[in-house]
Design a protein around this ligand. Structure first.
Ligand code: HEM
Length: 238
């Protein structure tokens, strides 16, 4: 019997998704208003998030539930390392630092990995399904805005082991639906996905100050006025 987890995650995080899209940093990003330093910091935080997430998923790869969403072809850490080297050079390890929110985010991933590994599914869903969807739009915006070549500096968005992203998203949703879990567990995973969204929103909010310094308060305020409709509020998924 299907757990319907995929659709429950989508509908259960719609409000969070719309809120995340409407954070000033994201709204500016969508308009191509992003600077190299902010973008590098954004990816730097994600480097810490994915390092932790992928290590914990790897640890639980034989777990009865986590194993269903164990798809190493999704792994972003090696790609983020390439981006870090691009922005900060060979010594990148000594030049980057996890932001305060990022530290809370990775602590939470570590905590659920110990106490309730099935909640890692909420974290994996939030990041990877997003990267395969809106993330691809963001790459197409960042590349010309930052005058980058190919995937140089945007390797993070390059899923070179996944040729058909749409088909992969369907496979991922089927894996979510196939989990033999009760309604209470579904609810806990959806709640954890909303927690993951909150961390992502807060990480973007942390970067607003840097972005305002780079682009100016007037431009920033012009862009952030008014709410955009949410991309996951449509009834059919792509
Ligand atoms: C400006 C920022 C963003 C844009 C433009 C955007 C756009 C989109 C689009 C177009 C989709 C596809 C909707 C569909 O399947 O019909 C999507 C899906 C998704 N996005 Fe975003 N997104 C953004 C930010 C985020 C953030 C910050 C997260 C969380 C970290 C996120 C997580 C997701 C997830 C999990 C899905 C899959 C929804 C499903 O279950 O079908 N997105 N996004």
């Amino acid at each position: 019997m299907s757990s319907n987890l995929a659709i429950k995650l989508r509908t259960g995080t719609q409000k969070s998704h719309t809120a995340a899209e409407n954070v000033g940093f994201m709204k500016c990003f969508l308009k191509g208003v992003v600077d190299r330093d902010c973008f590098a910091k954004f990816l730097g935080n994600l480097y810490y998030v994915y390092s932790k997430l992928e290590a914990e998923i790897e640890r639980h790869r034989h777990h009865p539930l986590v194993s269903a969403i164990y798809f190493p072809e999704l792994n972003r850490k090696p790609f983020l390392e390439k981006d870090m080297e691009f922005y900060y050079g060979n010594e990148w390890c000594t030049k980057i630092k996890a932001s305060a929110v990022t530290q809370h985010y990775i602590a939470r991933i570590g905590e659920v990995s110990v106490t309730a590994p099935e909640l890692l599914i909420g974290h994996a869903y939030t990041r990877y399904m997003g990267d395969l969807s809106g993330g691809q739009m963001l790459q197409k915006i960042a590349q010309p805005a930052l005058k980058l070549e190919g995937y140089q500096g945007t390797s993070f968005y390059n899923f070179e082991h996944i040729t058909d992203k749409k088909a992969f998203k369907q496979k991922y949703r089927q894996a979510l639906d196939s989990l033999p879990i009760d309604d209470a567990t579904v609810e806990r995973i959806v709640a954890e996905a909303n927690t993951a969204f909150r961390f992502n929103m807060q990480m973007a909010q942390e970067l607003e100050g840097n972005l305002i310094s780079a682009v100016g308060k007037v431009l920033f305020n012009t862009i952030i006025t008014g709410d955009n409709p949410g991309s996951t509020e449509a009834t059919t998924a792509s």
